[in-house]
Design a binder for this molecule. Sequence first.
Ligand code: FAD
Ligand code: FES
Length: 243
Amino acid sequence: MVQTVLTVEKNEKIAKDVFRMTLSGDASAITAPGQFVNLKIDGFFLRRPISVCDRTDGVITLVYKTVGDGTRALAALAPGAEIDTLCGLGNGYRLDRSGDAPLLIGGGVGTPPLFWLCRELIGEGKTPTVALGFNSADEVILEDDFRALGARTLVSTVDGSRGVKGFVTDAVAGVVCSYFYACGPLPMLKAVYGAVEADGEFSFEERMGCGFGACMGCSVMTRSGPVRICREGPVLRKADLIW
Ligand SMILES: Cc1cc2nc3c(=O)[nH]c(=O)nc-3n(C[C@H](O)[C@H](O)[C@H](O)COP(=O)(O)OP(=O)(O)OC[C@H]3O[C@@H](n4cnc5c(N)ncnc54)[C@H](O)[C@@H]3O)c2cc1C
Ligand code: FES
């Protein structure tokens, strides 16, 4: 983990209540898709954890939803603003387990960390299928970005206003995969656990205190004992979960 100051390059609305922020600076401590950063927002004691959506030379991309005062303050930041950032937190996804035809399943703002993962998998010559689930068409994010990468991209909405009507598990019914990666709200993750037979891993967005392993506030019980989502996670393997 490295504490650094990053500069806002862009901060734009991309869907209902969802923003894409690009930050420049030394983010070299971020080494794997699935890792997250912890942002110090002026006026708030606790940092706000946000997954890394993408990382290219000198620039990281975050996609976040405004759900409370902290993320609303984040959305108000203009280009040039500086953010005290803890970089390189968490374990990240295991690309070596993907097999040739991995399935990436995202729900709502659980989809951003899958983007960099998808780009890396395609770079390794894999053919990922991406399934993105939302409540309605006005919440759909990153669909065009995943398509532009060349991934087979499926979209579902609960109200049927875009793609398959229903949950993301309806969109992946019948999809055969070598391994899966899932990120989204807990009910979605539990549905994926029951619906997808293949081995895989889940990325959790648990409420956090310190974000770097000191307070135990994010601990969950696994088959190998208690783990801290911020330190041993946020990515946990299917076989380790007690569900
Ligand atoms: C590892 C990780 C990765 C995340 N990645 C993303 C992402 O890529 N995009 C995105 O939109 N959101 C992401 N979240 C959720 C995001 O951290 C919260 O939505 C955000 O902290 C809410 O802050 P707030 O002040 O607006 O809300 P408030 O509800 O006012 O926050 C109060 C406190 O609760 C915490 N909190 C509230 N909701 C959550 C939540 N769902 N998960 C964790 N902590 C929460 C806040 O950090 C803060 O400490 C991630 C969470 C974690 C743990
Ligand atoms: S948030 Fe403090 S140990 Fe994980």
